[in-house]
Design a binder for this molecule. Structure first.
Ligand SMILES: N[C@@H](CCC(=O)N[C@@H](CS)C(=O)NCC(=O)O)C(=O)O
Length: 213
């Protein structure tokens, strides 16, 4: 049994929950973070000194945090090819696109775009700064759009760990109130993800609880 601490509205919890469910692993998620508390308790800080979510405990193993490391752990322990290839070269190909999803894509969306929109009242927004952030972010999405013109998923025609690390960000990108560039292959890819039951259940989650009142 895998225990997951983290609120369902956290994007890093969402990628982990999506992965756990794709791999059909028995689990139990405990609400934690922001309005749910827990993360500032001594017990939680002893597991994860950052006081962030997610944290997981798999059976009697030590606690694990950092969603990218958690995803890789789950894939190494429970994933099979083609989701997480055995061959080191093919695995590195999936891993680099997963890393890209985390480091280049998520970083350029969550802070500069998503949080600016949900935490700032419309009249207080710096629209120029926001437009510049979207333009910069869409440089990465254009890379994905081009790749997706010749393959079904981010790495190849198979669903892999990289689709979880990259694809979970797209729900919020398509949901927030911004002017988006037409990226037809990316849209096709996103529409395909939205038909996956685990994407619907663990990623397409209302985030009203994060909004500033
Ligand atoms: N690099 C970490 C970031 C963890 C993180 O900052 N998580 C956010 C939620 S996405 C958090 O804990 N926010 C404070 C909270 O929910 O209390 C990871 O990928 O797991």
């Amino acid at each position: 049994m895998i225990k997951v601490w983290g609120r369902a509205s956290s994007s890093n919890v969402q990628s982990v929950m999506w992965c756990i469910n794709e791999l059909k692993l028995p689990h139990d998620r405990i609400d934690a973070g922001l309005m749910y508390g827990v993360t500032d308790t001594p017990d939680y800080l002893a597991m994860n000194p950052n006081g962030t979510v997610p944290t997981i405990v798999d059976g009697s193993n030590p606690p694990l945090w950092e969603s990218g490391a958690i995803l890789r752990y789950l894939a190494n322990k429970y994933g099979k090819a083609p989701f997480w290839p055995d061959d080191p070269v093919q695995r590195a190909d999936v891993d680099r696109w997963a890393e890209w999803g985390k480091v280049s894509v998520q970083t350029n969306f969550s802070g500069p775009i998503f949080w600016k929109l949900v935490r700032t009242q419309p009249e207080q927004r710096d629209e120029q700064q926001l437009a510049a952030a979207v333009k910069h972010f869409e440089k990465f999405l254009t890379i994905a759009d081009q790749r997706l013109s010749t393959r079904k998923f981010l790495v190849n025609d198979d669903f892999t760990l990289a689709d979880i690390q990259f694809g979970h960000i797209l729900f919020r990108y398509y949901d927030v109130d911004i002017k988006r560039s037409p990226l037809p292959e990316l849209r096709r890819y996103y529409d395909q993800l939205t038909t996956m039951p685990n994407y619907k259940q663990h990623v397409m989650i209302n985030y009203d609880e994060l909004r500033s009142s």
